[in-house]
Design a protein around this ligand. Structure first.
Ligand SMILES: Nc1ncnc2c1ncn2[C@@H]1O[C@H](COP(=O)(O)OP(=O)(O)OP(=O)(O)O)[C@@H](O)[C@H]1O
Length: 333
């Protein structure tokens, strides 16, 4: 499997103007030429193969956007080597642009005062997309993202959700091999988020477009990205499948049994009773190999069991316990 993206020891330092507190400090900040250094990305290694969908996740300021900007050639690494489609991104910005698509949730590529379709037409000319291909892509993507009714509307009159869907359509019109998205669902309502996620998952699956996206929304990862790269304080702290993160953390499943009449305390060997509300009893299933059938057979058919609810640990819980575990280990060392 050849890698489309290779990052080896990639770091990025920024120089920031030193700031002084208070009113006099603000004046001093204006006249001083003192700088501090910020390490935004620190010694990052990873490979991404063709057709993968990778979620790049981390708290505010962890260095996600900086990494995306380096991969798209907007920023130059301070150290290490970065290769995207066999090229060094910042040295081949024009060649790269033809083969990658970029969506920055906070910054628009669309022409604000023109009808939406004019931005797409300009994109077709700039990228020299064959007309039949362009028409086909525009029709298909606009349909899938429910954008067709808005093609003649001025971009400034579009809602945030419509505009984000338009940004994604535009980024794909030239059939890029890799699509980079920085916070593609930020600020969208639940319905728009869902439409964007389903669309991205589909173009990854059906067109084989490699996707790298940064997000704070774990549902984005759950729907689109089987692989997760987690960063914290500029460093890579996890790279692997979401599934294996779940398995490694062994996050317990929660089980609720509801009875028509209270059977009294009901300890089980297959699950730990964590709260007993009489008719409703809550358990934790800590072992992966324990099935619901096994638990129910231990409960027995002579109990007045009315309802059963099993909750898999959601992605938020998994990630939270990963970060908490790391922070606790860091404090202990
Ligand atoms: N152009 C810049 N000049 C100076 N410092 C910068 C610049 N861009 C980013 N930084 C700093 O680098 C660090 C990482 O920023 P980055 O935007 O990559 O984080 P992020 O993980 O994308 O955060 P968020 O989730 O808040 O968008 C931060 O401390 C930020 O202040």
């Amino acid at each position: 499997m050849t890698a489309l993206i290779e990052a080896r020891g990639v770091s990025k330092r920024f120089r920031q103007h030193k700031r002084f507190p208070g009113f006099l400090g603000a004046l001093k900040t204006l006249v001083t030429s003192e700088y501090t250094e910020v390490l935004a990305v620190s010694d990052i290694d990873f490979d991404v193969a063709a057709g993968e969908a990778v979620g790049y996740l981390g708290p505010n300021g962890a260095g996600k956007s900086t990494m995306i900007k380096m991969m798209t050639g907007i920023l130059v690494p301070s150290a290490g080597t970065l290769s995207v489609l066999g090229r060094t991104p910042h040295l081949s910005r024009m060649d790269n642009a033809r083969e990658i698509g970029v969506v920055f949730g906070q910054r628009s590529q669309l022409w604000w005062d023109l009808p939406l379709v004019d931005s797409f037409t300009l994109h077709q000319r700039i990228y020299d997309i064959p007309l039949a291909r362009y028409a086909d892509n525009l029709r298909r993507f606009s349909e899938l993202l429910d954008l067709t009714p808005f093609l003649d509307r001025a971009v400034r009159q579009l809602s945030l959700g419509q505009r984000m869907r338009a940004e994604i359509v535009m980024s794909l019109l030239h059939d890029p091999k890799i699509l980079f998205l920085d916070e593609p669902t930020i600020g969208l309502d639940v319905v728009a988020k869902d439409a964007v996620r389903r669309f991205l998952a589909e173009i990854n699956r059906e067109r084989g477009v490699t996707i790298i996206l940064t997000t704070h929304d774990l549902q984005d990862i759950e729907t689109i990205c089987p692989r997760l790269i987690m960063v914290d304080h500029s460093r890579l702290i996890f790279d692997g499948e979401l599934r294996s993160l779940r398995a490694a953390l062994g996050s317990a499943r929660r089980l609720t049994l509801e009875f028509a009449s209270d059977p009294g305390p009901l300890p089980l060997s297959t699950a730990t009773l964590v709260s007993d509300e009489g008719l409703r009893k809550n358990y934790l299933i800590e072992r992966e190999d324990v099935s619901l059938v096994r638990i129910l057979s231990e409960v027995g058919s002579d109990r007045d069991l009315k309802d059963v609810a099993l909750h898999e640990p959601d992605i938020e819980e998994v990630i939270r316990s990963f970060y908490q575990g790391r922070n606790a280990r860091a404090r202990a060392s």
